[in-house]
Write a protein of this length. Sequence first.
Length: 382
Amino acid sequence: MEACLPVCRKNGVRIITNMGAANPLAGAKKIKEVAGRLGIRGFKVAAVTGDDVLDVIRKGDYVLEETGENSSALADRIVSANAYLGAACVVEALRSGADVVITGRVADPAIFIAPAIYEFGWDMGNWNLLGQAIVMGHLLECAGQVTGGYFPDPGYKDVPGIGHLGFPIAEIAEDGSFVVTKVEGSGGMVTLATCKEQLLYEIHDPSSYVTPDVVADYTDVRMAQAGQDRVQVTGGKGRPRTDSLKVSIGYVDSYIGEGQISYGGPGAVERGKLALKIVEERLKHTGVAVGEIRYDLIGLNSLHKDKLSAGHDPYEVRVRVAGRTKSMKEAVRIGNEVETLYTNGPAGGAGTWKAAREVVAMVSTLVPRNLVNYAIQYEVIS
């Protein structure tokens, strides 16, 4: 906001963001504080709440998408529950004259389609129009990915100037058709390849991409290169939105203890293997209670175990031991055993690191839409 507010204010640009996270109201107060410090007056901030549905989840019992269990199985381990809101709350805030709209959990495409709905006065029951707009929102929602981020593979897919990557812009027409581009002179690129990769990113079923606002259908989407760093996109469709909203539930899952140490030079792999053997033996001997544990040599087998490492003997490896436990006390013991390799393990170990942390995991469920209601509060600098 320190960087963006002055230039946006000067050029009449309004800001929409879902960076309110767990506390949009505090975010709005902070934005008001920044605006005041910068001498900005006649300024209105809208904070959207209502995505926090922890009470709804605790009072009900909902099927968890990932496991098929009921949410009640998590009992008192649940720490958060946030529903994905749609575009309506942002549209209302824009209509109220907000210069900045800050939300909690709102679906990423929704914050992109909201200004188009507001500007063009679209009917939010025009499913084909919203389906096309969702294509735009989905292409832009991951920022630099559509302009070349997450795309480079040197020698196969090269991206110029990625160190100063330009974020994308959509030039959208009233019929929903749009061009993806970026600021002239910035790094990266906008091509059919970057746009097609992003279109399929995180999509389970291209014919039924379920969002809070519409079930989008990408199967007839067409793209055409319309100039340097310009891609024209048409053909998105949609069907009526569902009667439920997705909720992400955060819960205390376990604790993870971890330790690492490096070995380099001739025989590094064999010394690393010995180090892992020593730690494994020590954890069993001292009775550390772990539910799941990994013994990895980073640089050799940490990604694919031993399936692809035959004949590969790197000059240096990083030993990593990580285990899942039911208590912080047990998690700490894992890293401690790795640390003792300094003087009680193979020769030449260096660069030890250890950590123990609580794991808050995420699962998903669906709740009836009528149980989720948003609210908007305003901060004004007159």
